[in-house]
Design a protein around this ligand. Structure first.
Ligand SMILES: Nc1ncnc2c1ncn2[C@@H]1O[C@H](COP(=O)(O)O)[C@@H](O)[C@H]1O
Ligand SMILES: Nc1nc2c(c(=O)[nH]1)N=C(COP(=O)(O)OP(=O)(O)O)CN2
Length: 161
């Protein structure tokens, strides 16, 4: 079993309903067992002008290798009507693999830890809520320390989990 964290985001449609349905969908995948689910946060969009996002993340034990897990995440995004237009553009559902044990992977199709997570408050705030003591393997620093270096002003708690 491998310890992993998946980030979820949505800013098109009924985002809360979409995110909760995505959590249920992933929960049904054989080989994924949830350990903890973060609260949902309303977050200012990073990138081109677009509506606010709802963001959160889940910590799970997975009996699935990283590339297979990525395939499952991309298929789940498609199931929820994800369209790929502009980079960092609005989307019904975004699923990113943030962390996978202490794996460091830099392949053309998959980078772990997610390469931009440390600079993103919409990732770091929910991440620090559920795995504060996880040591990010590149910086070798705990998430609860790394989150202090991010401007969290655009992140607002929506629902407690
Ligand atoms: N860690 C990753 N999680 C999800 N997707 C990843 C990761 N590393 C590389 N990718 C590639 O990014 C695109 C999906 O982009 P999004 O706009 O985040 O959906 C996908 O094709 C992965 O190969
Ligand atoms: N607040 C907020 N802003 C965002 C969000 C998000 O979830 N929340 N996702 C984005 C999409 O980034 P994308 O997945 O296209 O790019 P990446 O490969 O850099 O993660 C772009 N901007």
């Amino acid at each position: 079993m491998h310890d992993s964290v998946i980030a979820l985001g949505s800013n098109i449609g009924d985002s809360l309903t979409i995110l909760e349905a995505a959590v249920k969908t992933l929960h049904k995948v054989p080989g994924i067992t949830y350990k903890n689910i973060s609260s949902w946060y309303r977050t200012k969009a990073v990138g081109p002008p677009q509506p606010d996002y709802l963001n959160g993340c889940v910590n799970c034990l997975v009996d699935i290798e990283p590339f297979e897990l990525l395939k499952i995440l991309l298929e789940t995004e498609n199931k929820f009507g994800r369209e790929r237009k502009e980079r960092w553009g609005a989307r019904t559902l975004d699923l990113d693999l943030l962390l996978y044990d202490d794996l460091i992977l830099d392949s053309p199709t998959l980078q772990v830890p997610h390469p931009r997570m440390l600079e993103r408050a919409f990732v770091m705030v929910p991440l620090a809520e559920i795995v504060p003591d996880w040591v990010e393997p590149i910086s070798r620093r705990a998430i609860k320390e790394l989150v202090k270096e991010v401007d969290c002003s655009g992140v607002c708690l929506l629902t407690d989990n």
